[in-house]
Design a protein around this ligand. Sequence first.
Ligand SMILES: *Cc1c(COP(=O)(O)O)cnc(C)c1O
Length: 426
Amino acid sequence: MYENSKRLFERAGKYIPGGVNSPVRAFKSVGGTPIFMKKAKGAYLFDVDDNRYIDYIASWGPMILGHAYDPIIKAIQEKAIESTSFGAPTELEIDMAELIIGMVPNVDLIRMVSSGTEACMSSLRLARGFTQKNKFIKFEGCYHGHADSFLVKAGSGLATFDIQSVPGVTSGVAADTLTCAYNDLHAVENLVSHHKNKIAAIIVEPVPGNMGCILPKAGYLEGLRKICDEEKIVLIFDEVMTGFRLAAGGVQEKYNIQADLVCYGKVIGGGLPVGAFGGKQKIMEHISPLGNVYQAGTLSGNPIAMIAGYTLLKELKDNPLIYSELEKKTIYLKNGLERVFSDWGNPFVINQSGSMLSVHFSDGPVTDFASATAANNEFYKKYFHGMLKQGVYLPPSAFESWFLNNALTYADLDATIEFTRKTLET
Ligand SMILES: *Cc1c(COP(=O)(O)O)cnc(C)c1O
């Protein structure tokens, strides 16, 4: 069933570390051979052995309207003829910035980069340059890309592989990274009072998706806002995952909270490498060439990446019903899965926000990294492989969120629920 994938994985291992260009793809935590993809259309992936999968990853978020979305493909083709990069400004970059600023709250100026990692890394540098302070707070299980400062108690692949500290990140860098549990305001207050006037920023995934999907407790995000206001700390919302996904204006819109700086990635590029960070004028004007906080990129604002992102974001802006349709589908799936898991009789929790969802084999609520890791993640492996065999592609880790795309039909969701029942019966 996976002969060609197996052959390619062996070949890949000769030239690429672990055979993959991003660790979670390796299936190391769920076991088995990673599936090599050939093509995708709408809600379906097709692998090199011609197996079809209903996709719940959406390239980890970007494919919110499904794969190979015709208007995006057409726009890329038309743009590519005019050259793929200039290293000089283009009008399209203004269109993109204007569109984004019209969609998301509290962003006066925005800088394009090429990945979520770059967005988070640059926003932290900016917060430090702006406040003239060095330390920052991040939350256990939150992932902000792979820049050195963030690889302390990080989620996503680091949670998947149980990596506590990363060789190569110096103790000096790590010492400026303060961490505490997500959803615990008291812990933040303690850190802030212990490091009075030393903290530049608090960075948070406002609805975390890198330890599974976790919901903020009532008042939590408001509490962070208040602490930052009182202590003159820059509040950075890492909306790389949630931006343009939970609402056109991300968590800032959905929960009506203002961040000082916001990071974007994933959906913003429509499947091409794009990230961005933006925020209030008085902070953003410290970025080079307006200010001295240096930040640059040879391919930043690349025309092919911009046209892909612009085409997708424009569609999301013009059709706000997409978000309610997506949420309706996600709740339908959640309800169906809850029925099947209840009949099965073992402990489980399903967390859901908008079109993000995660299943935890836990007997208590999953609200932070400790409760996410306490779940029966061994069973997740069995569930993952049972579903894969029946043609459903779930994240190959219990610490990753599922991402629904709007090309999914109710028949796809019913099939997913039914395949779950079959998997649990075996
Ligand atoms: C994916 C992700 C990143 C990193 O983005 P890359 O494009 O993979 O560098 C940062 N923050 C969050 C919340 C993410 O989900």
